[in-house]
Design a protein around this ligand. Structure first.
Ligand code: C5P
Length: 305
C-alpha cells in the first residue's frame, strides 16, 4: 500500500434552479415585522439556472458565475447561493470543509421570477447532500425561510399555495403543463419598492384570487384557472411603469390567452394555447425585446432537484 494514498476524486454535483411565476398574488396588510401577509399560487417553470457544486477540503466558499453582463450577478455574500451554503455550514457546525459554487445564470434578476431564491434553495439542498450536513427537511425549511420569503417554495417546487409572508406552503395538485412566453424588459423592479407602493394606497382592494384559484384547481375547471390568474402588484407597478402595462398588452395582442406580472415585476408572462402559438408569440416579441423566454410550467416531479 502506498504511504501517500491518492486523495479520493471530488465529484461535483450539478443541480438546476428553476424559476417560478405567481399565478395569483394577493397582498394583504403589513405586519409588525415589516413583512406583508400574502396568499399566492406559485408555479415552477422550466427556465432555470445551473449550479455546479464541488466540495473542497479547505474551508471557505468560492463562487464563480457565467451570466450576461447586464445581469450584474454578485459573487460574494450578496449572492443568495453563497449565503445559503454559509448558512448551511454554520447550522451543521462544520468548519472542516468548503464548497466551490459555479453558477450558470439564465434567470434575469429584478424580474419577479425568483432566480436568486431558487439558486439559494438548490445550494442548500446541494450542500446538505454533498457534504453530508445531516440537515433534515424541517431544518432546511427554517434555513430557507431565513434566507428569503420565496426560498422555501423552491425546496419542493411544482404548484403550491404560499401564505404567511410566503413561507407557509400547501402543495397543490399538478396543473396540466402549459406553454408560456416570459419577457423581461430592460427596467427592473425592486420588491421592497413594490410593497411600499401598495402601502401608499391604504384604500386598495386585493383581488383575493388565491382561494378561488385553489377551488378551480380542485374541480379541474381549466377556464377558471385562466380567469382567476391575477397579481395585486399590477395596479401600482403598471401605473408607475407604463411600458410594463404596454408589454402586457403586447403579449395579449400577440395571442396570449392571459398575461400577468411575475411577482413584483418587471417580467411579464403570457400563457399560450399550445407550443406552436407560444413560438409565434415569442417570435413577435423578440423583434423588440432582448430577453424573451419560451418556457413551460413543470409538475412537482419534473421540478425535483
Ligand atoms: O423575504 P425577501 O428578502 O425576499 O423580501 C424582500 C423584501 O420584500 C422585504 O425586505 C420586504 O420589504 C418585502 N416583502 C414584504 N412582505 C413579504 C415578502 C417580502 O414586505 N411577504
Amino acid at each position: 500500500m502506498s504511504r501517500h494514498p491518492t486523495p479520493e476524486p471530488r465529484h461535483p454535483l450539478i443541480l438546476r434552479a428553476y424559476a417560478k411565476i405567481n399565478l395569483t398574488l394577493d397582498v394583504f396588510s403589513k405586519r409588525a415585522d415589516g413583512y406583508h401577509s400574502l396568499a399566492s399560487v406559485l408555479q415552477t417553470i422550466s427556465l432555470h439556472d445551473t449550479l455546479t457544486l464541488t466540495p473542497t477540503d479547505a474551508p471557505g466558499i468560492a463562487l464563480t458565475c457565467d451570466a450576461p453582463e447586464e445581469f450584474a450577478v454578485p459573487t460574494d455574500e450578496l449572492n443568495l447561493a453563497f449565503r445559503a451554503v454559509k448558512t448551511a455550514l454554520e447550522a451543521a457546525g462544520r468548519t472542516d470543509c468548503g464548497l466551490e459554487i459555479h453558477l450558470e445564470k439564465r434567470i434575469p434578476a429584478q424580474a419577479g421570477l425568483g432566480g436568486g431564491s431558487s439558486d439559494a434553495a438548490s445550494a442548500l439542498i446541494g450542500a446538505n447532500r454533498l457534504l453530508d450536513l445531516g440537515l433534515d427537511a424541517k431544518r432546511l425549511h427554517e434555513l430557507a425561510a431565513s434566507l428569503g420569503s420565496d426560498v422555501p417554495f423552491f425546496l419542493a417546487g411544482g404548484a403550491a399555495a404560499a401564505r404567511g409572508r410566503g413561507e407557509i406552503l400547501t402543495p397543490l395538485p399538478d396543473i396540466e403543463p402549459f406553454w408560456l412566453v416570459v419577457v423581461k424588459p430592460a427596467i427592473g423592479v425592486s420588491t421592497a419598492w413594490a410593497y411600499a407602493q401598495l402601502d401608499a394606497e391604504p384604500e386598495r382592494a386585493s383581488h383575493r384570487a388565491t382561494k378561488r384559484f385553489e377551488e378551480a384547481l380542485q374541480s379541474g375547471d381549466r377556464d377558471r384557472l385562466i380567469q382567476w390568474q391575477s397579481n395585486d402588484f399590477e395596479l401600482p407597478v403598471f401605473a408607475h411603469f407604463p411600458e410594463l402595462a404596454w408589454l402586457h398588452d403586447e403579449l395579449r395582442m400577440a395571442g396570449a390567452v392571459t398575461a400577468h406580472l411575475c411577482g413584483s415585476g418587471s417580467a411579464i408572462y403570457g400563457v399560450a394555447e399550445n407550443e406552436t402559438q407560444a413560438k409565434k408569440i415569442a417570435a413577435l416579441l423578440q423583434s423588440k425585446y432582448s430577453h424573451v423566454y419560451l418556457t413551460q410550467t413543470l409538475t412537482r416531479e419534473a421540478s425535483e432537484l
